[in-house]
Each structure stands twice: as C-alpha cells, then as structure tokens.
Design a protein around this ligand. Structure first.
Ligand SMILES: Nc1ncnc2c1ncn2[C@@H]1O[C@H](COP(=O)(O)OP(=O)(O)OP(=O)(O)O)[C@@H](O)[C@H]1O
Length: 258
C-alpha cells in the first residue's frame, strides 16, 4: 500500500503553456479520488507527471517513501512498477491476444524472456493471468486479439493487466469516455470494487459530474492548472462542481482537508 504526496507541482511546457501551477495534495491507501476540470485544465499532465512520463518544471512527488524527482533510473523503474495506469488508449498491443497483453503486466518483475510469452511462461504466471481475466469477466475472450474487442472489453483487458502488475497506486484517465452510460457505470463499479478490495490509492479523471459524485471519496477540481476544489464528494453541490466548467473568473474556491 502506497501513499502519494504531491507538493507544489508546476509544469510549463516548452511552448510557454502553464499546465500546472503549484498543485499540492496527498492521497492515502484505499482513497478513491476523482479529478475534475474542463478540457485543458491540467488533469492528464498531472497524471503524466505522477507516472514519470512528463518531467515537472518544479515541485515534488512522493510515492511511498521515495521522491520521484531524485530517484535514479533503477528506483524509477521500481516505482513505476508500483503504479498501474489505465489511460485513454489503454496502451494495449493491438495484434496480441487479451491473455498475452495481461501477461505483460508482469514484465517489470519477471526474470527473463521465458516469462514474456504465453507458450513459455511458468504455469503459475499463466494461472494468474486467467485469474485476472476472470476478475474482469473476460476469461472467455482470453485468446482473442485485443484489436477485435470492443472499447469496453479493451478497457477491461487494461484493468486485468493492472491487476497482474499488482500495483499499489492506480491512475485512470477518463475510463468512461468511449463507453455508453451503462457500460460506463459497469467500468466504474469494477474499478472501484478493485480499489476497495486491494486498498489502492486511486486517482481517476472524469468529465461526468454525476459519476464523480456517486463514486469519489474525494473530488479534486482543477481550473487553469490550479486546484480550486479539494473536498469530500458528499459535501460538494452541483453548483460548485459545474463552476469548474464555467468561463467566469476564478474567485470562490472550495477546500476542505476533512
Ligand atoms: N506536450 C504539450 N505541449 C504543449 N502544451 C501541452 C502539451 N500537453 C498539454 N499541453 C497543454 O497543457 C494544458 C493542459 O493539458 P492537459 O492535457 O493536461 O489537460 P486536461 O485537463 O487533461 O484536458 P482534457 O480534459 O482535454 O484531456 C493545455 O493547455 C494543453 O494544451
């Protein structure tokens, strides 16, 4: 179980765009945080900085007892192994089976090429892949190429791969973006059940305010790269949340450390 501490994180892209400005928050194991904000408010940049895909301009990111910005290459690899990502394009290998994609979740801790292929992976690993696929109700499609699966099914393969990776911190970018309302709720049910079961620290970006209120323990709202809302979901009103998406000037932030 890992906690996350983001301290005065800023990111300015080379073209001068300030994507994040002194963003600070911490998250505890078992806490499901939903990140809200309009297009361009900095949500993906924040997730990409936490996973080490983007280098912050300044600030600190602590994952467990380690600091991302001072970690050497080996420590960074170990840290990344602890972070599960379910991003918009899922990062699946299109021409491989669901089974093979999930098996790749163990790459960071496997001991050599024997582990990378379904035909040669140890039975214990292959059994684990099937358990992960069963957890997301996809065992019957294990041998199907992922590019022949629906968007919702591909997303469940990405979740199964994250389970195989056995991570402590989970970052999810717009999990319902390409799903119909029913499949979107099913995806959120599955993700949140797993967060609870495994006591993961989870940060999930969403654009649907109703889903955010129904699922989040806590909502962090970004506007123009700054945190304007940080509070338990149940105390936030629809008015406060929809304000995140308005073009009016920033004035009335909502913050609570409850
Ligand atoms: N590689 C980049 N180079 C320059 N600017 C970028 C880059 N990536 C993102 N930006 C800019 O940084 C700001 C934040 O973008 P980001 O993708 O983090 O927002 P977001 O909240 O995730 O948006 P969305 O909801 O549309 O996914 C935007 O103004 C965007 O144009």
């Amino acid at each position: 179980m890992l906690s996350l501490a983001v301290d005065r994180l800023s990111k300015t892209y080379p073209n001068g765009t300030v994507a994040l400005n002194r963003v600070s928050f911490s998250a505890q194991p078992g806490e499901g945080i939903v990140l809200l904000g309009s297009n361009g408010s900095g949500k993906s940049t924040l997730l990409r900085c936490i996973v080490g895909l983007e280098k912050p301009t300044s600030g600190r990111i602590g994952v467990g007892n380690s600091q991302l910005e001072t970690a050497n290459a080996c420590q960074l690899r170990q840290l990344r192994q602890q972070i599960g990502i379910v991003f918009q394009r899922f990062h699946l290998v299109a021409n491989l089976s669901a089974f093979h994609n999930v098996l790749q979740g163990s790459l960071g801790r496997s001991k050599g090429p024997r582990y990378w292929f379904p035909a040669t992976a140890p039975k214990q690993e292959r059994d684990r892949v099937m358990q992960c696929l069963e957890r997301v109700n996809l065992a019957h499609l294990a041998q199907q190429r992922v590019d022949t699966l629906s968007g919702g099914q591909q997303q469940r393969v990405a979740i199964a791969r994250m389970l195989m990776q056995d991570t402590s911190l989970l970052l999810v970018d717009e999990p319902v973006a390409s799903l119909d309302p029913k499949s979107g709720r099913e995806a959120m049910d599955l993700l949140w059940d797993i967060v609870r079961e495994r006591q993961l620290t989870a940060i999930c970006t969403l654009h649907q305010l109703d889903l955010a209120k129904d699922y989040a323990d806590r909502i962090i709202g970004l506007r123009q790269g700054e945190i304007q809302i940080d509070a338990p979901a149940h105390i936030l009103t629809d008015r406060e949340l929809s304000w995140l998406y308005e073009s009016s000037p920033i004035s009335n932030a909502v913050e609570s450390n409850a």
